[in-house]
Structures are given as structure tokens and as C-alpha cells.
Design a protein. Structure first.
Length: 192
């Protein structure tokens, strides 16, 4: 049995393709889902992750060369709260936060706080930088090995700046990926 052309329902353009408004809504939904997925992945990627087993204990046994040519032993900082900041001269947010970290050190050192900057950089670049912008707190030359240390403390991406707050007993209390704020420092000062 065949049907004549007249007996078939006419096909309108609206029946074949969704309207322009529906298409925009569909595209917006797909774009929104992709944005949420990307934001979630970025959030996960840039959040500090778990500290590797034994990393805290290993940290206190490390020694770093200093820009002045000496050696700095982590064990000299044991027993007091410590703000450990991974930075580099080529990292704009790192350079921007250093004066704030220096002020934190000056204000909080009388209360037992210590600050150590670990430069993930070339020694010559660090020396030049510190000649222009001196810091009151000690700086260790961690080089590329500092990236591995940061990873062991939860910085899987190796991004900078990365800050770790350790309590007087040597345990990690807080970690921050990205630039430190005045609010962060105020909160951390209360931990010591």
C-alpha cells in the first residue's frame, strides 16, 4: 500500500530543526556544563593535595645553600611555627607577596614565628633580586629540587607561589597554592 503525497503530513522547517532559541539554549547548556567541568578540574588541580607519608619528617633533615654562600639547616627552625614559602624571581605573584611576608616575619617573629623562603630559581637571579629587595627572613636556594619538595608537601602541579604553614611540632597545619593575602596571614598568625 502506498500513500499519496497529499495524505502525508506536511513537514515544516520547525519540525526538522529546533528553533534558534532552542539551539541557543542547548549551546548555552553545553557551554555551561563544559565550564563547570573545567572549573572543577582546575579547582582540583590547583588545590594542595595530601602530604606524602614521611615528607614532614624528611623536611626537617634538609639543608639548603644560601644566597650568601653558606648553608641553612631546616633543623635550626624546629620547635616553632614556620611559614615556608616556595617562590621564584620570575614569578610576579611571588615577588608581589614577598614584602607582605617580610612584614609578617617582622611582626610575628617576637611571638615565635619563623619564615623561610625557598627559591626555585637560579642562584645568580636570587642574589640579584635580594640585592634590590632585601628580606629579613632567611632564604634557601632550593633549585629544581624544591619543586620535588613542594610536590611531597601537596603541590602536585609545581605551581608558584606555594606556602606551607607548619606548627611548632613540625606538622603541616595549612597549605596555600597561589598568592598569600593579608587575611591568610592574619588567620595563620592565630595558629602559632
Amino acid at each position: 500500500m502506498t500513500q499519496s503525497a497529499e495524505s502525508l503530513d506536511p513537514v515544516t522547517p520547525d519540525a526538522i530543526a529546533p528553533s534558534a532559541a532552542r539551539r541557543r539554549l542547548l549551546y548555552a547548556g553545553v557551554a555551561g556544563a563544559a565550564a563547570l567541568g573545567g572549573a572543577g578540574l582546575a579547582w582540583w588541580k590547583f588545590q594542595p593535595h595530601a602530604v606524602e607519608p614521611g615528607a614532614e619528617q624528611a623536611l626537617w633533615g634538609l639543608e639548603f645553600d644560601t644566597p650568601a654562600g653558606g648553608t641553612f639547616a631546616m633543623k635550626s627552625l624546629a620547635g616553632k611555627p614556620l611559614l615556608l614559602n616556595f617562590w621564584a624571581t620570575w614569578c610576579p605573584p611571588c615577588v608581589e607577596e614577598l614584602p607582605m611576608l617580610n612584614a609578617f616575619y617582622r611582626e610575628q617573629s617576637a611571638k615565635g614565628w619563623q619564615v623561610l623562603g625557598l627559591a626555585i630559581d637560579q642562584p645568580s637571579a636570587v642574589r640579584k633580586f635580594l640585592a634590590r629587595i632585601p628580606l629579613d627572613f632567611p632564604v634557601g636556594l632550593a633549585g629544581l629540587g624544591g619543586t620535588d619538595l613542594g610536590r611531597s608537601l601537596g603541590n602536585l602541579t609545581g605551581g608558584l607561589p606555594f606556602t606551607v604553614v607548619l606548627g611548632g611540632e613540625g606538622k603541616v597545619l595549612h597549605r596555600k597554592m597561589g598568592q598569600v593575602t593579608a587575611q591568610d596571614l592574619q588567620l595563620w598568625a592565630g595558629l602559632g
